[in-house]
Ligand binder design. Structure first.
Ligand code: ATP
Ligand code: MG
Length: 341
């Protein structure tokens, strides 16, 4: 198995005198195969940053096993650090330095040829602003500089915690193109984000964390397929009669004010034929495919009272009982095509 990142049973509890014990990561598993663009999703406070910090040796784990590029982490991390670029938590740059100077210093410290500085500034779209002081940068420009710093050493593995944070729509698209081109060049990418439509566009694999535990993992299309109820939106002139016909045929039907939602439809022709044979002509027959956002909300939105504002920890009970009897693991997390983890 060519796993670039492996995390098994990671646990991390924070202790504070004031707030007592807080379980941030609760037996979490993650496998990122070589060449994947892997999305790491979870609500606020679900443990993503803590996981990435533990993986990179920035915080000490309480339990579990981790490896990066085959090196056990954190003990052997220094052996592979030169092949990994990471931004976890917005890095703080020295405001009085220009981006160029910042990157030159980082390049020198990392033994990277100075020519890379111009290359990465170009790559992240800061070519014409690189000579300006960082304190005059916008949030999105700082974020781009952070990505530039992670790219300096031409990493084989790029770990980005919310790289789209603060980026404008064009910036988000540029970040997407950048990740795609890096991936095409063979770089493995692990990226956390709350912009689910974006993740769906970029990522081939996904892991969803909720309350410190993995609740889904696998190829994006397979995770989505696991939630596909084969529903179709149907518009027809006599919806009541149509609903009756469809129900009589054994199909579940939800009636909405201006359309029907019919489930368990193996093939759209079943619906059009059933209705057409009775003189009911279908005006719209649209498959309703689950997207990453609906799956994410279904997996992570439990325990919320509809009339109350959702709290960041959801309904995590003290001690952290599993939020959902188990997890949805659609396998193939080992490699691009590989077998089950
Ligand atoms: N240094 C710390 N001390 C105490 N608690 C912490 C610390 N770091 C994180 N936590 C807690 O651990 C939990 C997980 O936090 P984490 O930052 O990993 O979440 P996240 O998934 O990255 O959230 P977000 O999407 O908001 O970035 C939260 O309840 C948080 O309050
Ligand atoms: Mg975070």
């Amino acid at each position: 198995m060519s796993a670039v990142i492996e995390i098994e049973g990671l646990r991390k509890t924070f202790h504070s005198v004031r707030h007592g014990r807080r379980i941030a990561v609760d037996g979490f598993d993650l496998v990122v195969g070589a060449g994947q663009v892997h999305g790491f999703l979870g609500p606020n406070g679900s443990g993503k940053t803590t996981t990435l910090r533990a993986l990179l040796g920035l915080v000490r784990a309480d339990g579990g096993r981790m490896s990066v590029l085959g090196a056990p982490s954190p003990t052997h991390l220094p052996q592979v650090a030169g092949r990994v670029g990471a931004i976890v938590e917005s890095p703080q740059f020295f405001g009085n330095f220009t981006a160029e100077r910042t990157l030159r210093l980082l390049a020198r410290a990392g033994g990277v040829p100075a020519v890379r500085v111009d290359e990465v500034l170009e790559q992240v779209g800061l070519r014409d602003r690189g000579h300006e002081r960082v304190k005059g940068y916008s949030l999105g420009m700082k974020q781009r500089l952070a990505v530039a710093s992670a790219l300096l050493k031409q990493p084989e593995l790029l770990i980005l915690d919310e790289p789209a944070n603060g980026l404008d729509p064009a910036g988000i698209r540029e970040m997407r193109d950048l990740m795609r081109s890096l991936s095409a060049a063979g770089v493995t990418v692990l990226v956390s984000s709350h912009i689910l439509a974006e993740i769906q566009l970029i990522c081939d694999h996904v892991t969803i964390i909720s309350r410190g535990r993995r609740v889904a993992a696998g190829r994006v299309d397979e995770v989505l397929a696991g939630f596909d109820q084969h529903e179709f939106r149907v518009r027809v002139d006599e919806p009541e009669r149509a609903a009756e016909l469809l129900r009589d045929a054994g199909l579940p039907v939800d009636a909405h004010p201006d359309h029907l939602v019919v489930g368990e439809v193996a093939d759209a022709t079943v619906v059009s034929r059933l209705l057409g044979e009775q003189g009911l002509w279908v005006r719209e027959l649209t498959p309703l495919r689950p997207d990453l956002e609906s799956v994410f909300l279904e997996l992570t939105g439990e325990g919320v009272h509809p009339s109350l504002p959702r709290q960041v920890d959801g309904s995590r009970p003290p001690g952290g009982a599993p939020p959902h009897g188990g997890e949805i693991d659609l396998g193939t997390v080992g490699s691009d095509r590989g077998g089950n983890a």
